[in-house]
Ligand binder design. Structure first.
Ligand code: CA
Length: 448
């Protein structure tokens, strides 16, 4: 998959390789969005005391790989095969040799990448953690410290300080936590065991290009277990195409230069279509008669449409006159908060395709700049569905003739549409929110 051609339905594989759930409940996508996370991996070339599998490096010069390796008998063999492949792609021998010195097998990385979560984190729990009061306060301090830089980025890129701060805060807690996995180790483990060979090979080749350009030494390229690096959590391919050298040192430095890191994040958004002077959206009040079937990410309308339906700002005043397509977003059904979102919200989604992520970025930024808390009440009493139950919902919807796509426990657009169809049969509000109560109705009507 070309990293620059994507649509909204295609996950970008930034953080949670293999697991992207969008909708009522969303997996914690950004590793840095989980304050209690444990980082895996160690810098290449570091202490090797805990290598779980003792195997000798294989001399890749003896191999003749011309394709991204799909299988290997061992982790070391996968690495050697990849190195041989990289040579065939014209990467310099010395770079291919040194970049992988000390990388070791890390089953935790591949386990995290290939597992479906048993329970997905509800959006309200995600927000509580991602936009904690502590993080807002920290963000406000960081904002004051970097006000000049942020104003300059706003001027040059049209991405306002609150959005840059939101991305920075959610991705890495303002640089507090950008992961300590060496990118070569992280990606080789994904390639070897996590069934993400194409992704791993593409990004490893890009990582070698970064080293070959003498931009960054391989050992300094650290980030998340999924290969996302530095303050803005860029994949190596993002670095090559989107990272900018704002401090004039001669190369983009996403680890130790805030001007480079934050301008690169803004540049990434601009590349995805960020529009100057267009807010991400705002929380809104829906009228009791609102047709909930119209509240979906892929249904866009000019703002006048929502005005006509009686949608208002939370204080009861009229909606602003924003240009372009807008959508109504309900992340927890008709009882939860509602948001009017613009095309710029969808640009944030391209940075990391999770609606909980994008709302956290937007809300954290607003809070840092003095905006208020979300007013609507989340339905916190709703229990999360287990993986088995999510698959059961999909199977039962399918049995009733609704199209859900793959039965995989991922409740995306198709599953929500199917749920709406069933809600219509029941005479329920068609919000597409898949709850325990919906599952119970499906079970009850199994043979009807
Ligand atoms: Ca620089």
């Amino acid at each position: 998959m070309g990293m620059r051609t994507r649509d909204l339905r295609k996950p970008r594989l930034r953080h949670s390789v293999g697991v992207m759930i969008v909708g009522a409940v969303v997996a914690l996508a950004g590793c840095a969005a989980q304050p209690a996370k444990t980082q895996t991996g160690a810098p290449a070339g570091g202490a090797q005391a805990t290598a779980p599998v003792a195997s000798k490096p294989i001399d890749f010069h003896t191999l003749n790989e011309t394709k991204c390796p799909s299988t290997a008998a061992s982790y070391q063999e996968w690495v050697a095969k990849f190195q041989s492949y990289a040579l065939s792609k014209g990467k310099p021998d010395a770079v291919v040799q040194t970049a992988f010195v000390g990388v070791k097998e890390n089953p935790e990385i591949s386990d995290r990448a290939s597992k479906q979560p048993e329970f997905v984190t509800p959006v309200w729990s995600y927000l509580d953690r991602a936009v904690s009061d502590e993080r807002v306060a920290r963000g406000q301090r960081k904002y004051v410290e970097n006000k000049g830089l942020l104003a300059g980025i706003d001027h040059d890129y049209g991405v306002p300080p609150e959005i840059v701060m939101g991305i920075w805060g959610i991705e890495t807690d303002f640089g507090n936590n950008f992961g300590d996995a060496n990118v070569f180790e992280a990606l080789t483990n994904l390639g070897y065991r996590a069934n993400r060979q194409t992704f791993a090979c593409t990004e490893l080749l890009a990582a070698l290009d970064i080293v070959a350009k003498n931009n960054v030494p391989a050992s300094r390229m650290v980030g998340s277990w999924a290969g996302a690096m530095g303050h803005p959590q860029f994949l190596p391919s993002n670095y090559l195409t989107l990272a900018v050298d704002r401090d004039g040192s001669g190369a983009p430095d996403l680890w130790d230069s805030l001007p480079d890191a934050l301008a690169s994040a803004a540049n990434h958004l601009v590349d995805d279509g960020w529009q100057r002077n267009l807010p991400w959206g705002l929380e809104v009040k829906l009228p009791a008669t609102f047709p909930y079937g119209e509240a979906e990410l892929d249904l866009t309308q000019p703002i006048g449409h929502w005005k006509q339906l009686g949608v208002k700002r939370m204080d009861g005043s009229a909606l602003p006159d924003w240009p372009g397509g807008t959508s109504i977003l309900l992340l927890a059904g008709h009882r939860g908060p509602a948001f009017l979102i613009t095309e710029n919200f969808k640009v944030i989604l391209k940075y990391n395709y999770s609606t909980s992520y994008a709302l956290s970025v937007a809300h954290l930024g607003d809070r840092i700049l003095g905006g208020r808390r979300i007013i609507g009440k989340w339905p916190v009493q709703e229990q999360s569905l287990s993986l088995e139950e999510r698959e059961e919902v999909q199977t039962l919807l399918q049995a009733r003739g609704f199209e859900v796509g793959k039965v995989d426990g991922v409740l995306g657009l198709k599953s929500r549409k199917a749920a709406r169809g069933f809600q219509k049969e029941l005479g329920w509000p068609q919000d597409g929110f898949i709850t325990k109560a919906l599952l119970e109705e499906l079970r009850r009507r199994k043979n009807v």
